[in-house]
Design a protein around this ligand. Structure first.
Ligand code: DC
Length: 224
């Protein structure tokens, strides 16, 4: 696999740590493309559910992994995601998909397929791209000159995620976030870890603009 030629900014961390808003803000500020790899795992999960595949059966999931055509758009002002030509921007955010995405993401064959797609998209963004996920700095783009690991207090994460989801119950959202963290961090294939060389930012005390400023500062410091 060829190394991406443009600037890659890797942003990893658990759900609700502010990754998406920060990544889109940094990309917009610096005129870069933006890739949400979580949306790709969600799109794969959406397809599996629709195809009647049990998301908790890794053998069944692995057998179908090559079938869906997943297309992710990289405009930070309007990221798109489609499966077999169907716009799934909203459909991938339902509780059903959210509840099944961790076991699907833990399947090695799913990760291998999406890794290939992610590297192709990164290579096609020669002007540079901000990529968010769980394994960007460790696996997808280990040579990225800027790697950030975002975290936040679980309660702050749940409040943000519930607001994003249009006012879901905060306690239930926190429980679901922590359950996904446990699976995402404990899985054998590319677990959520802080990559070597990553800068850790706990976003709890900061506003979104302040976090974007911090990351843009890191990019400038790296001379990237
Ligand atoms: O960022 P998110 O909550 O939309 O991600 C959805 C799920 O996808 C998350 O539970 C873990 C998985 N994921 C992953 O395993 N690797 C990535 N690079 C991105 C997301």
């Amino acid at each position: 696999m060829s190394a991406p030629s443009g600037l890659v900014i890797a942003i990893d961390g658990p759900s609700g740590s502010g990754k998406s808003s920060t990544s889109r803000g940094v990309a917009t500020r610096l005129g870069l493309r933006y890739l949400d790899t979580g949306a790709m795992y969600r799109a794969m999960t959406w397809w599996m559910l629709r195809a009647g595949v049990d998301p908790t059966d890794p053998v069944a999931v692995a057998a179908r992994v090559g079938e869906p055509l997943i297309e992710a758009g990289t405009d930070p002002l309007g990221p798109t995601i489609a499966v077999d030509g169907i716009d799934v921007v909203r459909a991938i955010r339902t509780d059903e998909v959210t509840g099944s995405v961790s076991p699907v993401s833990a399947v090695a064959e799913v990760r291998a397929r999406l890794l290939g797609l992610q590297r192709t998209i990164i290579a096609a963004a020669p002007g540079g791209i901000v990529v968010e996920g769980r394994d960007i700095g460790s696996v997808v783009a280990p040579d990225a000159p800027v790697k950030v690991y975002l975290t936040a207090d679980p309660s702050a994460r749940a409040v943000r995620r519930a607001a994003e989801e249009g006012g879901s119950d905060v306690a239930a959202t926190e429980e679901s976030l922590l359950a996904r963290d446990r699976i995402d961090s404990g899985r054998a294939a590319s677990p959520l870890v802080m990559a070597e060389g990553a800068v850790h930012i706990d976003t709890t005390p900061y506003s979104l603009d302040e976090v974007i400023d911090l990351v843009v500062g890191l990019v400038k410091e790296a001379g990237a």
